[in-house]
Design a protein around this ligand. Structure first.
Ligand SMILES: Nc1ncnc2c1ncn2[C@@H]1O[C@H](COP(=O)(O)OP(=O)(O)OP(=O)(O)O)[C@@H](O)[C@H]1O
Ligand SMILES: [Mg+2]
Length: 315
């Protein structure tokens, strides 16, 4: 990642090691995740430097995630990042995982706060009002499952495998989105929360009643996309925000992108490869910290399993 002279940042390389070892369990196994981090981190860094045509000595700063997440895996990256920064004599920035997801969009377009940020990932469905980088208000969040988690569970139910989001998106292109009627979650709420457990149960019942997997995928996807888009549009109207960043793994979903494209809002999505977890988004978050004049993090900073981003409890 490179800081551009007029502000903004450009991604020079983005190496991701996807851990396939978890597929057999249908979810991430924490101990295996930590071990794979240890085994792969050198190769990933070397590969990224080679892709960018840079040497270690060219780095001006190092950023690594401190939380929230699985502490064992976080510790590997955090300790590695701190050691690297110390050895190179450059500043170290601890990054927040969700800030990383939000700033993944900063490589696509200039983000002038205030704006809304919808993080739709495997563990979060959180809608933030970004007053300025580093100052966030929670506008709404899921009351139960995260959007990505619901995609994964419905995919598993109809036998599409793990991770389920891309598989549902693919199957949906062959199915009829109106074949199964899903009741809109939290209909009539005055707030901006989300809920996916009802959609999940409805998917189970439709599956038992013999709905075709492709139809079920298309119908579930349509219902999930509608609730995400409609709630975000209402929040934009209530707050007067005109720009919305939509990020996290589910932001790769084509139907979601198309539906947001119809809202009339300025919607910014991360570019290819920057939706699901990646290192470039953490570098972009570090770049935003540098641009905002934030002080580097002390090397005593620890890994946090639970780390709210906004000032509202429970985030
Ligand atoms: N095309 C897609 N359509 C829908 N969902 C998708 C798509 N691609 C990926 N996903 C979903 O995105 C999720 C992974 O995203 P991401 O890597 O951002 O989550 P995470 O890092 O595990 O969660 P968190 O960031 O909340 O800790 C998975 O649930 C996956 O099914
Ligand atoms: Mg993530």
């Amino acid at each position: 990642m490179e800081l551009l002279p007029g502000g903004g940042a450009a991604v020079r390389a983005n190496r991701v090691w996807s851990q396939t070892v978890h597929a057999q369990y249908g979810g991430v196994m924490p101990e295996l995740a930590s071990r794979e981090h240890v085994e792969r981190i050198d190769d990933v860094l070397e590969g990224a430097l080679a892709d960018a045509g840079l040497a270690l000595g060219d780095l001006h700063a190092v950023a690594a995630t401190s939380g929230p997440g699985l502490v064992g895996a976080l510790l590997v990256g955090l300790m590695y990042g701190k050691g690297l920064a110390q050895a190179l004599g450059v500043p170290f920035y601890a990054a927040h995982h969700l800030e990383g997801h939000i700033f993944a969009a900063a490589a696509e377009a200039e983000l002038d706060a205030p704006y809304l940020a919808l993080v739709v990932s495997g563990g979060h469905t959180h809608l933030f009002d970004v007053l300025e980088p580093g100052d966030y208000r929670l506008v709404g969040a899921t009351r139960d499952d995260a959007a990505g988690e619901a995609f994964d569970k419905v995919a598993r139910l109809v036998g599409l495998g793990y991770p389920g989001g891309p598989a549902i998106g693919e199957a949906a292109t062959r199915g009829d989105p109106d074949a199964v009627a899903f009741k809109p979650p939290l209909k009539g709420q005055s707030g901006f929360d989300f809920s996916f457990s009802g959609l999940k149960t409805a998917a189970l019942l439709a599956h038992r009643a013999g709905a075709k997997p492709d139809d079920l995928a298309a119908s579930f996807q349509q219902a999930a996309v509608r609730t995400l888009v409609e709630t975000t549009v209402r929040a934009a109207q209530a707050t007067g925000r005109q720009t919305v960043v939509v990020s996290g793994g589910v932001a790769a979903n084509r139907a979601l992108r198309a539906a947001f494209g119809q809202t009339g809002l300025r919607v910014v999505f991360p570019g290819p490869g920057l939706n699901t977890d990646n290192g470039a988004m953490i570098a972009l978050s570090g770049a935003a910290a540098i641009t905002a004049g934030r002080a580097p993090s002390p090397l005593s900073v620890g890994a946090e399993a639970y780390a709210p981003l906004a000032t509202v409890p429970g985030t």
